[in-house]
Each structure stands twice: as structure tokens, then as C-alpha cells.
Write a protein that binds this ligand. Structure first.
Ligand SMILES: C[S@@+](CC[C@H](N)C(=O)[O-])C[C@H]1O[C@@H](n2cnc3c(N)ncnc32)[C@H](O)[C@@H]1O
Length: 283
């Protein structure tokens, strides 16, 4: 029997929605107002099915009382998180790197290594865009090198980032000269795909990290560039301020910090000065 499609699961009650949304908000900072109930219900159906659990109430008990262990919490967060991203998303940031930050750090200040953290990296488009930009710069200044750390809460999305295979249309925005150098073309004509070349994949590493955690143990403290784009919107203002302060502890003084287009630090007590609307420098 296909229990999910037969309606065997009943609906997610308001009470169980509240229990789940409270847990997700407290532990992961992701706000789920009541108007997200149908979305949550539909995304969680696959988790009930996978665990062979007939009702949402039992699933809530399973997750919230710890019977599913950490593994099921991770799986639940995987289906709840929104991972929209793109290559060259918010291109103004990459222009700023090319025209200002990289010449300043490498040419003016003589840096020979740039460390970048993409702190909500989703399926890898943001870190790989950074590898394109940094590699283009390295062509002109071969003595310099770089590495990129990508972290995210979702293990499913991190696996995608590590694999680095994308549908062909996702890279329409990548300049042709960069496509030729940095992308491999799959053989399947029906399902055209590309893969990032191994040399650039090797410049990246990925790890699971919850931005809500009290501290980011094991993460270096001396990043030159820190991207935290389009994730703070899911958190409330006090949480955003705490997260930015924790992130800044991992950015060197003078390093640059990038937020998403609808995010800001206005009225926050954080060690950043604004350079452009979503570009900041650590002070
Ligand atoms: C909309 S995507 C943004 C991706 C990319 N930074 C960009 O701007 O294109 C938001 C990402 O934040 C991640 N995320 C949500 N809550 C998080 C948390 N508490 N800690 C770390 N990552 C989180 C999601 O899994 C998702 O991949």
C-alpha cells in the first residue's frame, strides 16, 4: 500500500506543527510561522514513509523525544531547509572581489594566500563561483593561492556540493571563457550536466555547521573573506546579531563580510563597517 498517497498519514495538527516549529526554531533558528504548515506537512511525508511511521503525531514523538536519534533530526532539517542558490548570485559581490578586495589584499598588501568561508553554502554554487573568480585572479598573479570552506546545516545539500555535478542550464550565467576552463561536460545528451573540474573541487572542503551553535569549534579564526548570504533572513533579529558576532570572531581584522541582498546589520552591535549596502569590513 502506498500509505502516503492514500492519506493514511492524516494531517499535521496545529499542535504538532507548533511542537515541531518550536523545536526547529530553538535549535536551528529557522522560523516556521503557521502559514508554513502545509509546506512542512508535505515535506515531512517522505520522512514518515522512510521511517514507516503512520501519523504525524507519532513522527513528532519519534523526533522530539529522541527516538530517531540525531540522524532523524538531521534528515528532518534537510527537508525543512530552503536551499535556493545560483552561480554568480548577487554578482556585485564578485565584481567587488575582482575590482577591489583581491587587488587590495594580494597586490597592495602582498597576501599570498586567501582563505574564504562560505557559511551557508547550500549545494556549492556560491563556493564554486568563488573558485572561478579566485582562479581568474590567480592567472594574473600565479604566486598567490586560496582555499574555500563551505558549511551548511543540511547534509543532503553538502553531498551535492561535494559531488559538484549540476544541470547544464544552471551554468548559463557563467562566462564562456570560464566554462571552458573550469567545467567538464557530461556525455548524456538527454540530461545535459556539467561537473566542476577536480582542480577547483580540491580547493574546497565542506563540513556541516549549525550557525545557531554556541561556538564554531574547529573553524579557523583567520578568514580573509566571509560569505553569509541569504540565511540570516530565516532568523530573528537578536539571533542574527549573535550569529554575525560569532562569525566575525573567525574573520581577520580588515577582512570582508558579505550579506544577502535583503539582509542588513542596521542597529546591531557588530564589529563591521559598511563599505557598500551588503559588503562590510571587520574593524
Ligand atoms: C537560501 S540558501 C542560501 C545559499 C547561498 N548562501 C546563496 O546565497 O545563494 C540558505 C542556506 O542556509 C542553510 N541554513 C539554514 N539554517 C541554517 C543554520 N542554522 N545553520 C547553517 N546553515 C543553515 C540552508 O540549509 C540553505 O542551504
Amino acid at each position: 500500500m502506498d500509505s502516503v498517497n492514500s492519506g493514511y498519514h492524516s494531517d499535521l495538527s496545529d499542535k504538532d506543527f507548533e511542537r515541531l516549529s518550536q523545536f526547529i526554531y530553538t535549535n536551528y533558528g529557522i522560523k516556521l510561522p503557521m502559514n508554513k504548515k502545509i509546506m512542512l506537512q508535505s515535506r515531512l511525508k517522505s520522512r514518515l514513509k522512510e521511517n514507516n511511521i503512520p501519523t504525524f503525531k507519532e513522527y513528532c514523538d519519534f523526533v522530539l523525544k529522541g527516538k530517531g536519534g540525531e540522524a532523524e533530526i538531521i534528515n528532518m532539517i534537510d527537508v525543512v531547509s530552503t536551499n535556493k542558490t545560483d552561480f554568480y548570485r548577487e554578482a556585485i559581490h564578485f565584481d567587488f572581489l575582482k575590482q577591489h578586495a583581491l587587488p587590495e589584499m594580494v597586490v597592495d598588501q602582498g597576501a599570498n594566500y586567501i582563505k574564504v568561508w562560505s557559511s551557508a553554502c547550500s549545494s556549492g554554487e556560491e563556493p564554486y563561483t568563488l573558485t572561478f573568480v579566485l582562479s581568474e585572479f590567480k592567472e594574473k598573479y600565479p604566486d598567490f593561492d586560496f582555499s574555500i570552506l563551505g558549511t551548511d546545516i543540511s547534509t543532503r545539500i553538502l553531498d551535492k556540493a561535494r559531488t559538484a555535478i549540476y544541470p547544464m542550464e544552471r551554468v548559463d550565467v557563467v562566462p564562456l571563457s570560464e566554462k571552458k576552463k573550469y567545467l567538464l561536460r557530461g556525455k548524456d545528451q538527454e540530461n545535459p550536466q556539467i561537473r566542476i573540474i577536480p582542480e577547483l573541487r580540491a580547493k574546497t572542503r565542506y563540513a556541516r555547521l549549525n550557525l545557531i551553535d554556541d561556538s564554531y569549534n574547529g573553524i579557523p579564526k583567520d578568514f580573509d573573506l566571509l560569505f553569509c548570504r541569504n540565511v540570516l533572513i530565516y532568523f530573528d533579529r537578536p539571533t542574527q546579531e549573535k550569529v554575525i558576532n560569532k562569525l566575525c570572531a573567525h574573520l581577520r581584522t580588515g577582512g570582508y563580510f558579505f550579506l544577502g541582498h535583503s539582509e542588513s546589520i542596521s542597529a546591531m552591535d557588530v564589529p563591521l563597517k559598511q563599505i557598500k549596502p551588503t559588503i562590510f569590513q571587520k574593524i
